[in-house]
Design a binder for this molecule. Structure first.
Ligand SMILES: [Fe+2]
Ligand SMILES: [Fe+2]
Length: 271
């Protein structure tokens, strides 16, 4: 199966990059399944129902969220009626929606998508991600009822992400990091057959500080004094993520390529 994962969509320029490039990439790369992280798509903070619709219309099969899952209040109700949105499995026992679900793919195939929050350097303490993941991967083992599985590990520390990759190696088709908004250059297939990248990077304007207009973040770093609100940077975004081919029978990854399309970053992709 040909699977594309795209990292955190950041504000208006991130949304514009999705609507500009994703429909074309779906056809050109003959994609079977597309997962997009949408946690920053609305003004850089959360995802509104309206913008979720836009991501699906552009070609996303599933949208994952993150620590900003419910920054837009309408997502609390929207996620209950839109099964294609996945929030972190360990967000809170009180959170609406689910953290893992099996989705249909072309040809009667099935794909498991799950998201988990890490614990290192995160603002809020979240429940143990490893036991949560273990339960999901026991329920849907690779090469069992699902043809492929994708885990979005949403956290700050590359160490925690790599540990998650190895924890899931041979048990999930893809483990990909999100949240830092900067792509890492370590796309690989782990020894057990799991495609891995520590962070997919954001779909946003890279002439910025992790997607925000750089003036206010710079002021805060330099003076320690906030003066204005953060706003997403507005120049052309780079679509950033990971392209993976998997074996439908075993679920193992057979090819992995980093993806960077449009905008300011050096370009990359499977073509
Ligand atoms: Fe993010
Ligand atoms: Fe995040």
């Amino acid at each position: 199966m040909k699977i594309l994962f795209l990292g955190d969509v950041m504000g208006r320029s991130g949304r514009a990059a999705i609507t500009t490039h994703l429909p074309r990439l779906r056809t050109e790369w003959r994609l079977d399944f597309v997962v997009v992280n949408g946690e920053n798509a609305t003004s850089g903070m959360g995802l509104s129902g309206e913008h979720a619709k836009l991501l699906f219309e552009a070609g996303a099969d599933v949208v994952t969220l993150g620590d900003h899952a419910f920054d837009q209040k309408d997502m609390l109700a929207y996620i209950e009626k839109e099964p294609r949105i996945i929030r972190p499995i360990n967000y809170s026992k009180a959170a609406p929606g689910v953290g893992a679900r099996v989705f249909p793919a072309p040809g009667g195939r099935k794909v498991l998508v799950a998201q988990v929050l890490g614990q290192v350097f995160m603002k809020r303490p979240f429940d143990d991600p490893f036991s949560a993941l273990d339960a999901v991967l026991r329920q849907y083992p690779m090469g069992g009822q699902v043809n492929a599985s994708l885990i979005d590990i949403h956290c700050e520390a590359t160490s925690e992400k790599m540990a998650t990759g190895h924890f899931c190696d041979g048990r999930a088709s893809i483990v990909v990091g999100t949240h830092t908004h900067v792509p890492t250059a370590d796309a690989m297939i782990l020894p057990g057959g799991t495609a891995y990248q520590s962070d997919a990077g954001m779909c946003g304007d890279y002439n910025s500080v992790i997607g925000m207009d750089k003036v206010e973040p710079l002021r805060r770093f330099i003076t320690g004094m906030p003066k204005a609100r953060f706003a997403p940077a507005a120049e052309e975004a780079t679509l950033s993520g990971l392209y993976v081919e998997t074996d439908d029978r075993t679920g193992k990854a057979t090819r992995v390529e980093m993806v960077r399309q449009g905008g300011r970053l050096a370009q990359a992709g499977p073509a």
